[in-house]
Design a protein around this ligand. Structure first.
Ligand code: GLY
Length: 417
């Protein structure tokens, strides 16, 4: 079977790598992919009719969608009536990620553990409410914002700064919410669902800030690891009871057609787990550790999710731990240079996985072409061993200005679980 993976980053490389274990790389098409991902083809993914034509010409039978934008634009709705099968939520269901206001109202409607919030459509009108919280709150733009619409504030000065940045970006009249801040440990719980059953991937943690100890501005993710060692059976049961199962029930009650990956961004404080957000897709960089950790036939699972028979699918995780360290361009997430030669790729250990993100080809060589450049992924019997393996291999790669965090997998917990 020929399969297309939609997207162009490390997440899509990891998905394609996992699907290729079943069907072989020769049957994978990564659209548009990048210069480092095998079988990347430069095809526009926003013109669905042209994409359909391309898939038909290449006899592609199945599409797996990586990023949120095509899902929110209705790629699943477009392909459903065609002969090409597609995994992902419909446009109406992808609103669980596309609108932060919809998501919070969904959580409230279905009694899903989350923080309190208020809705606003005018920045000035929100100021008295934010003052009543002493600025200790989270301000979230309603729409998709490529990870940039969330402002976490600790006091009024930070809230005022956030509001002026918000105004500059989205205007004074924009839909947003102000929610109570939860402080604790964050975890990414991601599963594949057919709308009735969910098969969870190992619990993972992202590292969003650019510098060690979670300092500096947010990025698209500087690294991830799984499984999170603090994820006890009782915590898993709580998350299932308070968040995962009520979400599935809510999807069914609201009549959503949701066959795809679903991502629960969860914060745990001393009172238990609370849902921060949904993503209607796999996370990045979490996928780069989750795909190697998954001990299952992903093609069979994707087909079962589309058919509504996910309950029958064998689904296990490999033992040990998986760590992804993201090598980034110097200056990222602000401005950075591109086109810098990448050296040492052939020196990494045989069992190291390199999932490419911001790279392109320059003749036979790879050069940098984005902020996040390469995901270096290693396994270990223990988390320490996986971390050591990942950093040993990071040290073999270099490009001018290369930056990476040195503390992936080493975050200290704020609570005990
Ligand atoms: N790792 C966060 C995200 O994929 O949105």
């Amino acid at each position: 079977m020929k399969i297309a993976v939609i997207g162009s980053g490390g997440r899509e490389h990891a998905i394609a790598w996992k699907l290729a274990q079943t069907v072989g790389w020769e049957n994978i098409y990564v659209l548009p992919g990048n210069g480092g991902i095998p079988r990347s083809f430069s095809v526009s993914i926003s013109d669905f009719a042209a994409l359909e034509q391309y898939c038909k010409t290449e006899n592609i039978e199945l599409i797996v969608v990586g990023p949120e934008v095509p899902l929110s634009q209705g790629i699943v709705d477009y392909f459903r009536p065609t002969s090409i099968r597609i995994l992902g939520p419909t446009k109406a269901a992808a609103i669980m990620e596309g609108s932060k206001i919809y998501a919070k109202e969904f959580m409230r409607r279905h009694n899903i553990a989350t923080s309190d919030f208020e809705l606003f459509s005018n920045v000035d009108a929100a100021i008295p409410y934010i003052k009543s919280k002493n600025g200790d709150c989270v301000i979230k733009y309603d729409g998709l914002a490529a990870g940039k619409g969330v402002f976490v504030c600790n006091n009024m000065a930070e809230a005022e700064e956030a509001l002026s940045e918000f105004r500059e970006t989205y205007g004074n009249e924009a839909n947003f919410l102000v929610e109570d801040k939860i402080t604790g440990d964050e975890i990414s719980i991601i599963g594949l669902t057919d709308g009735k059953t969910i098969k969870l991937l190992p619990p993972s943690q992202d590292h969003k800030q650019v510098y060690d100890n979670d300092l500096g501005p947010n990025t698209g993710g500087m690294g991830a690891f799984c499984p999170a060692p603090f994820y006890t059976e009782s915590l898993a049961a709580e998350i299932d009871r308070l968040i995962v199962q009520p979400t599935l029930a809510g999807i069914q009650k609201d009549g959503h057609d949701y066959k795809g990956f679903i991502y629960f961004g969860i914060m745990m404080d001393e009172y238990g787990p609370k849902l921060l957000e949904y993503n209607a897709r796999l996370g990045d960089p979490e996928t780069e550790v989750l795909m190697p950790a998954l001990d299952a036939d992903l093609v069979a699972a994707v087909e079962a999710a589309i058919n509504g028979t996910l309950n029958d699918v064998a689904w296990n995780w490999h033992s040990g731990y998986f760590v992804d360290v993201v090598l980034t361009s110097g200056g990222y997430p602000k401005s950075f240079s591109k086109g810098l030669p990448i050296k040492g790729l052939e020196d990494v250990d045989n069992n190291t996985l390199l999932f490419y993100a911001g790279v392109k080809r320059s003749g036979e060589d790879l050069v940098t072409d984005g902020g996040r450049v390469i995901n270096v992924v290693c396994q270990g019997a223990t988390l320490d061993e996986a971390i050591e393996n990942a950093y040993r291999n990071c040290n073999k790669i270099c490009f001018e200005g290369m930056h990476y965090r040195k503390d992936i997998g080493r975050r200290k917990l704020k609570n005990t679980y």
